[in-house]
Design a protein around this ligand. Sequence first.
Ligand SMILES: Cc1cc2nc3c(=O)[nH]c(=O)nc-3n(C[C@H](O)[C@H](O)[C@H](O)COP(=O)(O)OP(=O)(O)OC[C@H]3O[C@@H](n4cnc5c(N)ncnc54)[C@H](O)[C@@H]3O)c2cc1C
Length: 351
Amino acid sequence: MNILIVGGGLSGILVSAELRKHGIPHQVAHPLTDFSGTGASSGILNPVMGRKYTQVPHWELLWPACEAAYRHLEQLLQVPLLNPAVILKRHSSEDDAVFWQQRVQAVSDYLSDATVPELAMAWQLDTPYSYGVTQHAFQLHSHRLQKAYLALLAAEGNLIENSVPERNQNEDPSGPISFNDTAFTHIIFCEGRNTLNRPEWAFLPLSVNKGQALVVDFEAALPRNGIIKCGKELTLCPYGDRYWWAGASFEWKFDTDGPTDVFREQTLQRIQQYTSIPFRILESLSGFRVSAQDRTAVAGWHPKKKQFGILNALGTKGVLQAPHAAKALVNTLLAGKFIHNPFALERFRSS
Ligand SMILES: Cc1cc2nc3c(=O)[nH]c(=O)nc-3n(C[C@H](O)[C@H](O)[C@H](O)COP(=O)(O)OP(=O)(O)OC[C@H]3O[C@@H](n4cnc5c(N)ncnc54)[C@H](O)[C@@H]3O)c2cc1C
């Protein structure tokens, strides 16, 4: 077996790490210039859903796979990747606060109430409506993971810094796959939104959403385990060892792939609206979230072109879904037969 992985975002990295565990030879093709979801991500692993405050579906199944995979990658790469975090939500109305209080009783393992928590004081936040606290959240430093993992692949000679072109549709689907002067037995598509341009995968009901964020430097020593949520429009969380990520947009329509001045200005004003701590903007990020209709990742093997695998549609929960989905994909390859799992693409075949 020799496998080509197309795309070195979170999907490609987790698939590569899983193949590595089984000693399966593979290379990753990854152009270094694209906008990726992984590069723009805040990497939050929240056990509770953002709007309804119910526990995330399959949390008990997915979280152990996350912890094992990311701790394993920390060991392999010798960089800290996964940090425990507390999420502080600033309520913006009386209704907001009342709904939270109701949910605290239902999801008491994770949610609690707070009047003026230390985090709010550190950030100089203010609200007439109190705060909500989510415990047992985590943050994955996904841009750090991507940088370190691609560097490891490059050092091993397994990184191809090129885009994999569209395949010739007249090619024998069971013949060898050739790319970069190498013959591969299988190809696994982990290429984020580019999959929407591949005729092979047109049967999957995928959609794309653009997300922007800023990297910001605050003039204050702020707690590095705290994530701040001010309404739907602003989340602040650690970025690397010193800076902060501020975002994000959810854009279903967009004219340009890259960061925009409009988002930058809006986010600057939002930060100033909530905190008086001086800051400067260091960088603008832009990336894409690919989702399936049922908001569940897609991992598996093509129904007709048996050498073609895919991991995609990680949506807004990429950090949580990628490890288990990558494992399911590789296990199916090793077993040589379908193994049931929540991400199986077979769920779309009959429709
Ligand atoms: C602003 C923002 C905030 C987010 N916050 C969170 C969060 O807090 N928690 C969470 O769990 N998720 C979050 N996400 C979602 C998460 O980041 C994504 O689900 C995940 O990173 C997607 O990873 P991926 O590898 O599938 O795709 P991508 O990261 O987009 O990677 C795909 C890669 O494939 C490469 N590629 C494309 N075509 C080709 C080709 N032909 N040949 C070779 N390479 C190719 C691209 O260059 C790209 O790097 C966020 C996303 C965004 C945009």
